[in-house]
Write a protein that binds this ligand. Structure first.
Ligand code: ACO
Ligand code: KIV
Length: 556
């Protein structure tokens, strides 16, 4: 029983391909990419692109290295027609780049398409008609032969028109649109009939494009369909097997990757997956998925921010903040254990220096695609000590000891819980200064140390106690202990140093050293932090800092 009307739906037929080979294959090279942003992407926009936006998209696609670009459906609209003419008349198509144009299998549309491409060096003429059982029945009211007749008639007309554009090398492409709802034996027959009419050769291949016009099944089913066609279609050496996946079930990327394993040579898609309904397959994600496996995507995707900005401008649609690789939040960890692992991953990589990218939770180095590490860790109530420590390290060069990380993260956790908001690095630093660095009742102004002659140090420290300057004196086995001695002798403050650490500041300040002391004061364990260009001064400040915190807490 279900409250949903499940009886309205039927499962898609699976493919009887028991010796399927694709599960054992890996993707080890890039396919031929064809961008359909200016056609399939454009036909899905609320406001289709005008010349300016088309030109911006075209320039981007050329810059990224696409060699095949579907520039429109020139017989459908004057804007599309004019844009194709604009590219050709102004000689804007670089050598090595081929424009592709789509047409239905209707005589007047095919003739108009040829008017559009006249003068181009090379063009792919892309013919389609719908072949699924559903469309045959409800849209065309035709049987298999009737639908095949439409496709063959269009193919023959294109062949006839080729000599009318002698300066243009024509590549022929055919799509049995709604392929995923088409019986495979019929797909084979109609594609066979089209190729018989076209007569491609291994030297002059046609393109057969098998679209998941609507994604209807799990990606393995599409892979089976593609492998079946790869193995059963005639003239396999004379056509490029292309796929054109959509993303109705949210598995467009998976379906495409499996289709490539199943024998596809070419992929049609769009940047960040704009396209009808839930979109076409996203070529940026496909390319970067390959890149993260060490496979050259053969597209220049090194500046993803630039791609996002241009795509958002051209499509007038936002790229989702969680979109793979391009979204503004995809390199950001808010949760504590992720932050901890990322911080450790960076440290381990620095240590090993292997050249390999091995950071937990980050499948790609953001810098490889033009992003910085700035947003990798952001802090809110879900964060832990690792994230706060990471920001203090990267933004201020402070490498806090573990116990101090625990102590300070409680301050930030409290603030995050109280506000319910993200705590920026600036606020974290402000809180750190307030907690550890602002002067308190005891302030160190200067010091001199001298050997005592008994192997110890004598210190004279200039301090301000409650605003009153004073020199205090003490002795110990080093300046720190001598200062502790002076505090005890002259102002009756008992400090016991449990731990001491120092390091040169890594960045973010002119000061050269940071010192951390863990001290027992009045029965409490407290940290003090000192930052100064003089290492002894930094440690005295750290002790004074711990004392001040102890006094503050005692007074509270
Ligand atoms: C899956 C895809 O993305 S396919 C691409 C779809 N893209 C677009 O449709 C965008 C551009 N299209 C258009 O602007 C218009 O559809 C045009 C200009 C091409 C044609 O417009 P119109 O002639 O007014 O009508 P319309 O598109 O409604 O035509 C449907 C007719 O074409 C027929 N038809 C549809 N597709 C095809 C085809 N590929 N080959 C032959 N005939 C076709 C239909 O059966 C229908 O015939 P009918 O009028 O006898 O019932
Ligand atoms: C024209 C074809 C390839 C198409 O856009 C589709 O099937 O989605």
């Amino acid at each position: 029983m279900s409250v949903m009307p499940i009886d309205k739906y039927r499962p898609v037929q699976t493919v009887a391909l028991h010796d399927r080979q694709w599960p054992n294959r890996v993707i080890d090279r890039a396919p031929i990419w064809c961008s359909v942003d200016l056609r399939d992407g454009n036909q899905a926009l609320i406001e289709p692109m005008g010349t300016d936006r088309k030109q911006r998209m075209w320039d981007l696609l050329v810059r990224l290295g696409f060699k095949e670009i579907e520039v429109g459906f020139p017989a459908a609209s004057q804007t599309d027609f004019d844009f194709v003419r604009h590219l050709i008349d102004n000689d804007l198509i670089p050598d090595g780049v081929t424009v592709q144009v789509l047409t239905q299998s209707r005589e007047e549309l095919i003739r108009r398409t040829f008017d559009a491409i006249r003068g181009a060096k090379r063009a792919i003429v892309h013919l389609y008609n719908s072949t699924s059982t559903l469309q045959r029945r409800v849209v065309f009211g035709l049987d298999r032969d009737g639908i095949t007749e439409i496709a063959v008639r269009g193919t023959k007309l294109i062949k006839e028109l080729v000599p009318t554009v002698p300066e243009t090398e024509i590549v022929f492409q055919y799509s049995p649109e709604s392929f995923t709802g088409t019986e495979l034996d019929y797909a084979r027959d109609i594609c066979g009939a089209v190729l018989d009419a076209w007569q491609p050769t291994p030297q002059h291949k046609a393109i057969l494009n098998l679209p998941a016009t609507v994604e209807m099944a799990t990606p393995n089913v599409y892979a089976d369909q593609i492998e079946w066609c790869h193995r059963n279609f005639a003239r396999r050496d004379s056509f490029v097997l292309s796929v054109h996946p959509h993303n109705d079930r949210g598995t467009g990327i998976a379906a495409t990757e499996l289709a490539l394993m199943a024998g596809a040579d070419r992929v049609e898609g769009t940047l960040f997956g704009n396209g009808e309904r839930t979109g076409n397959v996203d070529i940026v994600t496909l390319g970067l998925n390959m890149f993260t496996q060490g496979v050259n995507p053969e597209l220049d995707l090194h500046d993803v921010g630039d791609i996002v900005r241009t795509v958002e401008y051209c499509n007038q649609l936002p790229v989702h903040p969680r979109h793979p690789y391009g979204g503004e939040l995809v390199f950001t960890a808010f949760s504590g254990s992720h932050q901890d692992a990322i911080k450790k991953g960076f440290a381990a990589m620095e240590k090993s220096n292997s050249g390999l990218w091995e950071v937990p939770y980050l499948p790609i180095d953001p810098q490889d695609i033009g992003c910085s590490y700035e947003a990798v860790i952001r802090v809110n109530s879900q964060s832990g000590k690792g994230g706060v420590a990471y920001l203090l390290l990267t933004d201020h060069g402070l490498d806090l000891p573990r116990k101090l990380q625990v102590e300070f993260s409680q301050v930030i956790q409290k603030l995050a819980d109280e506000t319910g908001k993200e705590i920026s690095s600036k606020v974290i630093w402000h809180e750190f200064e307030q907690e550890y660095l602002v002067p308190g009742r005891v302030e160190v102004i200067g010091h001199t140390t001298l050997p005592t002659g008994r192997g110890e140090r004598h210190i004279e420290a200039q301090v301000r106690i409650d605003g009153v300057e004073k020199t205090i004196r003490g002795e110990g086995n080093g300046p720190l202990n001598a200062f502790v001695d002076a505090l005890k002798r002259e102002i009756d403050i008992d400090v016991d140093i449990a731990d001491y650490r120092e390091h040169a500041l890594r960045s973010g300040s002119d000061s050269s050293a940071a010192t951390y002391v863990e001290a027992q004061i009045g029965g409490k364990t407290l940290f003090g932090v000192g930052i100064d260009s003089n290492i002894v001064m930094a440690s005295l400040k750290a002790v004074a800092g711990a004392v001040n915190r102890g006094l503050r807490k005692a007074a509270a």
